[in-house]
Design a protein around this ligand. Structure first.
Ligand code: DC
Length: 213
């Protein structure tokens, strides 16, 4: 019997735990993993480094068209600043369009792939066998992010982080092009009251249910 490729599309707001889950699912099912947020983060960073205006859609689109996968390896893409820059360049339709083929080339691997982002189940991989929408309340996400940063020795204030989380949610969900929203056939996984092991266990059960039959 031929195995169908297993594409797992994971979407959700910032700091809901989707990156951790996506990496764990990819390891578990031995699939390639693409964190699509890195694409937008790299474009935002490259533009900011050169002092460009992030609202310049044409220029941002040029950066997206010429993005080099090597740029995804830079060490400064994971932080809050890059996340904010990413959310700003991600509103431009030209930027999004320029990134579609690369994302679909990963999703089209023979064995399948795990991709996480904001529009994977809705736009990039509408035919994914498994779609998860991983979410948590803004307060829980802000608390987790604050705790993570404090653990790294940073001085941060919960209310500032909560305001950032809400601002990013509003931008990602409110944009015209490919806004953050669950696909009609996505399973919503609210992680507010779950630890990472519980989230993983639920996700594996969802994958099993979706791939049975
Ligand atoms: O998942 P992340 O926090 O690394 O994403 C950073 C920003 O990039 C996010 O706020 C919006 C944008 N993004 C997007 O618009 N579409 C994606 N598929 C992934 C990220």
């Amino acid at each position: 019997m031929t195995q169908l490729p297993l594409v797992i599309a994971i979407d959700g707001p910032a700091a809901a735990g989707k990156g951790t889950l996506a990496a764990r699912l990819a390891a578990h099912f031995q699939l390639p993993y693409l964190d699509t947020g890195l694409l937008y983060r790299a474009i935002g960073k490259l533009m900011a480094d050169r002092g460009h205006d992030l609202d310049n859609a044409e220029l941002a689109t040029e950066f997206a068209r010429h993005l080099d996968p090597e740029d995804l390896k830079r060490g400064d893409l994971r932080g809050r600043e890059a996340g904010e820059l990413a959310s700003r360049v991600a509103v431009h339709p030209g930027v999004r369009a320029a990134l579609v083929d690369f994302q679909r080339s990963v999703a089209g691997r023979p064995e399948g792939a795990v991709l996480d982002g904001r529009d994977i189940g809705t736009v990039i991989c509408p035919d994914a066998r498994v779609k998860l929408f991983v979410t948590a309340s803004a307060e829980v996400r802000a608390r987790r992010r604050t705790d993570e940063l404090v653990a790294k020795g940073r001085t941060v204030d919960y209310d500032t982080i909560l305001a950032e989380v809400r601002e990013r949610d509003a931008r990602d969900s409110g944009r015209k092009e490919a806004p953050l929203k669950p696909a009609d056939d996505a399973v919503v996984l609210d992680t507010s009251d779950l630890d990472p092991d519980q989230v993983m266990a639920r996700a594996i059960a969802i994958v099993a249910a979706r791939t049975a039959a």
